[in-house]
Design a protein around this ligand. Structure first.
Ligand code: ADP
Ligand code: MG
Length: 251
């Protein structure tokens, strides 16, 4: 079976610094692959290369069977890449419902533009309502996006990403800035989404990582030093070394 996402020998240099040092990894169907590592390890640099925001110096990126190494961000989104940051900045003055509807419409617009008049707006609003249902944001749906909390914004960004029906998601710290209750809610949502949509998850919150990940890879100084199940990662001496002084985080 083809991997949803495959990275081969990716290299990114910033002057003399090897921010991504020959990284190879895959995202398989049905998996939540967590990428962890200390600050400055190169996680964001790697994610930016997967999205197409940053061109690698060497190596290749495949989305399904397609070589996406030189494709733009929108072209990668068309191939099924979904993500919760930067690609669709939320429209602050638009309501939550409108923000989601715009993403639904952009997906429909790709291949069904000719049907826009036929389908009309009703189907867009119906799809939007279906996404809102059970999201916890239903009663906030008609507020402008600038009126909602940071946690609700994170949920909304996730719904906007899902509105495009991605084949996989790249999540960059979905728990960042969330309180305990909000984090628990986000974990529950992500567990539900993971039933149908594989995810590559960069996350510092180890409770979330251990709750969600089917596989964990550890990035240190731009290199993947270990990859395996949660138990294998917890027991790995090189990983414990990299997190020296923070062993509790891995327990
Ligand atoms: P992480 O997300 O794991 O904290 P980053 O990918 O942000 O790590 O950074 C990896 C390394 O690359 C760091 O040493 C950082 O200072 C450096 N770096 C990141 N972006 C740039 C850039 N645009 N120019 C120069 N150095 C950068
Ligand atoms: Mg980062």
């Amino acid at each position: 079976m083809t991997d949803v996402l495959r990275v081969e020998g990716l290299v990114k240099r910033f002057g003399g610094l090897l921010a991504t040092d020959h990284v190879s990894l895959t995202l398989r169907a049905k998996e939540v692959h967590a990428l962890i590592g200390p600050n400055g390890a190169g996680k964001s640099t790697l994610i930016n290369q997967l999205c197409g925001e940053l061109a690698p110096d060497e190596g290749r990126v495949f989305i399904g069977p397609h070589d996406a190494t030189h494709l733009s961000v929108p072209a990668r989104v068309t191939l099924g890449l979904g993500r919760t940051f930067q690609v669709t900045s939320l429209l602050d003055d638009a309501t939550l419902r409108e923000n989601i509807a715009l993403a639904v419409q952009s997906r429909a617009g790709h291949s069904f533009r000719i049907w826009d008049r036929v389908l009309g707006r009703a189907s867009i609003w119906a799809d939007t309502q279906a996404l809102l249902q059970g999201s916890g944001l239903e009663d906030r749906a008609d507020l402008p996006a600038h009126d909602i909390s940071h946690g609700e914004r994170k949920q909304l960004e996730l719904l906007v990403a899902l509105a495009r029906k991605p084949k996989f998601l790249l999540l960059d710290e979905p728990m960042a800035g969330l309180g305990h209750v909000e984090s628990q809610e986000m974990i529950t949502r992500l567990q539900a989404i993971a039933q149908t949509t594989p995810m590559l998850l960069v996350e510092h919150d180890m409770d979330a990582v251990f709750a969600l990940a089917t596989r964990i890879s550890v990035l240190v100084y731009g290199q993947i030093i270990a990859s395996g199940s949660a138990d294998e990662i917890r027991a790995n001496p090189a990983v414990r070394e990299a997190y020296l002084g923070a062993e509790d985080e891995l327990c």
